[in-house]
Ligand binder design. Structure first.
Ligand code: BYC
Length: 313
């Protein structure tokens, strides 16, 4: 079969909303696009464990500690599903981790901001997981089978994470004046970085056209950002907290809120490696990888031994 026939089969599957599976023929750029996005997504989950893990030992109750530990552990699991999905495209775990550790691969900008108080843990669950779900719900219908299936499980867990965050915010917003002040301060600091999570405006997003054409993404960065704002305003109102945007206003014509854009110069700076915590996050990841060397060596030696004994039997 020549390449044109392979392309026709690929396009046909996309047009019928069928999944592309690892052994199917796919254009090289589709494969590369997926490896880039899925591996960056995996890195985000793993790096995302750091700012939250930072609060496990300082959680205000045993219950809060248990819930946070379960959440951080879930993020590790999400990273593993996603690395495995990316491996099915022909890259290796070592290659992906090397790209992270050398600063070649990106991970979500949001995790380069510090978690200064317990209210930040609530805000991460409420806003950051809320934004992640907004993006990931559409990724459940992504055209690449292993990515789409990983997303179905991840979304279930993310919705528990979002509720964990909103519960903390509810307790703090309706708690003492000091707690309410901490909740408002956290919202003030995390609002714009959360809006940046959806990526640059559509007109400046070089990858969006292909992502939509290939049904990797079903909606654009701006569409998702708008939906997130529409959904979150009411949640902030319920908490009696103020979103730090004087231009936030309902627009009846578009049936959505007008809002201020984040500072895109700050975004570019953060994704170029110069955010407040980039260095700290990468140093921690590199150290963890180095510290885990003996575990990898032991697991490999054990697998080799098992293999030898099967062959001998
Ligand atoms: N941060 O053409 P664009 C989570 C990069 S965390 C850093 O619009 P695309 C969680 C982009 O990679 C959420 N970089 O790109 C975990 C590209 O650079 P390269 C993780 C960003 O791919 C723990 C360039 O800017 N979720 O789940 O169409 C606790 C131009 O952008 C960002 C995902 O990764 C950013 N915010 O769209 C709690 C979801 N935005 O690669 C929560 C899957 C853009 O060309 N990923 N860039 O060098 C996606 O949906 C898309 O990859 C993005 C970007 C929306 C992130």
């Amino acid at each position: 079969m020549d390449i044109l026939n392979f392309e026709n089969i690929f396009e046909g599957k996309l047009s019928r909303n069928e999944m592309i599976e690892p052994k199917d023929w796919m254009p090289e750029n589709y494969r590369k696009h997926l490896i880039r996005q899925i591996s960056q997504h995996a890195h985000s989950e793993i790096v995302g464990m750091l700012p939250e893990g930072n609060w496990i030992s300082r959680a205000p109750s045993l219950r809060a500690k248990l819930v946070l530990m379960a959440k951080v552990q879930d993020e590790g699991g999400h990273g593993l599903y996603l690395y495995t999905a990316a491996e099915s495209l022909g890259t290796s775990r070592d290659e992906m981790l090397d790209a992270l550790h050398t600063g070649k691969a990106k991970y979500s900008s949001i995790f380069n901001y510090p978690t200064l108080s317990w209210a930040d843990i609530g805000t991460i669950g409420w806003l950051v997981d809320g934004a992640a779900i907004m993006n990931q719900v559409m990724l459940q219908r992504s055209s690449y089978g292993p990515y789409s299936r990983a997303m179905i499980r991840i979304c279930k867990e993310e919705s528990f994470h979002q509720r964990q965050g909103y519960e903390i915010m509810t307790k703090m917003a309706f708690g003492t004046p000091e707690q309410k002040e901490m909740a408002q301060d956290a919202l003030n600091r995390w609002w714009y970085p959360t809006l940046m999570m959806f990526g640059p405006p559509d007109v400046e997003s070089p990858n969006s056209d292909n992502a939509i054409k290939w049904r990797i993404k079903r909606e654009t960065n701006d569409q998702l950002r708008q939906r997130f704002v529409n959904q979150t305003v009411e949640q902030a109102e319920y908490l009696n907290l103020t979103i730090p945007d004087k231009n936030l206003k309902w627009n009846e014509a578009k049936k959505g809120y007008d809002f201020s854009e984040p500072n895109w110069a700050e975004f570019k700076n953060v994704i170029s490696g110069n955010g407040p915590c980039n260095k700290e996050r990468l140093d921690k990841r590199r150290q963890a990888h180095q510290d885990g060397e003996w575990v990898r060596a032991a697991a490999t030696a054990y697998a080799k031994k098992q293999n030898e004994s099967y062959q001998a039997a």
